[in-house]
Design a protein around this ligand. Structure first.
Ligand SMILES: [Ca+2]
Ligand SMILES: [Ca+2]
Length: 179
């Protein structure tokens, strides 16, 4: 009886050690990746994803590279940037940037930031945190010739929870929610 308990304990310890080893193994894999968002006369807009060996936090950035100049357009401050969409939302001839980020953790919450170009720089004009499992797109679904921002998400405030879509319009520098 005692021997059997001992061997069970030994197997459990072995399992725990194996699990711990594989977790720490995946944590030590450092990440560095750069991909182009767009290339235009203002330079190369690049998404840079970084994760250091000793941390699960991501230090992702959007950069504008022009010759030897590097402008940091946006820094994720621990969040993972999932996608960057570049479109002219308010038809003023300058493109806006929508950044979609994953907060990490078990809640599957997403965070979004909208950046507007002003005097050669980008400023964040809107940030939203309350979307569960959200996914953004910029389209003209109603066909009025003007792009809108759509965020599909899970509404957990109703029971049973259901999939919904939030619709936004950018006007006079303000992003307003239509629906
Ligand atoms: Ca614009
Ligand atoms: Ca539209």
């Amino acid at each position: 009886m005692k021997t059997s308990t001992m061997s069970k304990l030994a197997i459990l310890c072995l399992l725990a050690a194996t699990t711990l080893f594989s977790i720490s193994d995946s944590l030590t894999a450092a990440l560095f990746d750069q991909s182009d968002i767009s290339v235009s006369e203002k330079g190369r807009l690049v998404l840079e994803c970084r994760q250091s060996e000793d941390s699960i936090a991501r230090n992702d950035r959007v950069l504008l590279l022009n010759g030897s100049d590097t402008l940091e357009v946006f820094a994720s401050e621990g969040r993972a940037i999932e996608q960057v969409i570049e479109e002219d939302l308010d038809l003023d001839g300058l493109t806006e940037l929508l950044v979609q980020m994953d907060l990490g953790g078990s809640g599957a919450f997403k965070e979004f930031a909208l950046l507007k170009r002003k005097d050669g720089k980008y400023e964040t004009i809107w940030e939203e945190t309350g979307f569960k499992a959200g996914d953004a797109s910029i389209e003209d679904r109603d066909g009025d010739g003007r792009l809108n921002l759509y965020i599909g998400y899970v509404n957990a405030d109703v029971s049973p929870q259901k999939d919904e879509v939030a619709v936004f319009t950018l006007e006079n520098g303000d992003l307003k929610r239509d629906k």
